[in-house]
Design a protein around this ligand. Sequence first.
Ligand code: PGA
Length: 240
Amino acid sequence: MDLMIIGNWKMYKTGSEASQFIHALIPLIKDTSARAFLAVPFTALYEAVQAAMGSKIIIGAQNMHDADEGAYTGEVSAPMLKSAGVQFVILGHSERRELFGESDAFINRKVKSALKNGLKPILCIGETSAQRENNQTRTILAEQLKNSLAGLLPEELKEVVIAYEPIWAIGTGKSATPDMAQETHAMIRAHLPKIVPILYGGSVKPENSRALLSQPDIGGALVGGASLNVQSFAKIITGC
Ligand code: PGA
């Protein structure tokens, strides 16, 4: 399957900045087989969807609530995202887990809601540096997978994408080595049907993306910082 490259903009870029970025990106990636995805802030969704229309770029969100509607001040639901033209949603990013206290059970409900509403869930999992040093990586990842994917039917599981992001590698410039990433991806692969892509995330940049993406069990990348600059994001996509 063609590699998936997802840009995660986090809390960066306005609607007009998103629009300019996407118009600049389209010609740069037109000849590549890799699939390009951008997870933009809620407020930039409208302009991003408009700008990406007719191109190969797929627009998504970075979070959502699991209920379809309700008294949840400040939250956004899957049907709302769907009606805004969104096709995928990042769920359980470590920043959501750590800074906003999201549990596996909450993330599990979000995964189910995304699937029910026709959004592709990109489920993030990953260990801290202390967990890795204590040889807990395997157990932590297995537990996150089991809890976050609990109760999914086999045909639903096939729609999920996993993003393995070691927490110590996010935003630190300290990426996992290709061998280390491959070893962990193979570990994750053992829990999932072959069709489920497993993306690597954590300090992916043009300088290291090729080596990471050539590993057999790495199906793409979730890119934070390097997706904010159109040249570096295009280099990662076209370098595949
Ligand atoms: P980074 O972020 O590429 O800036 O390390 C990745 C992510 O948080 O998805």
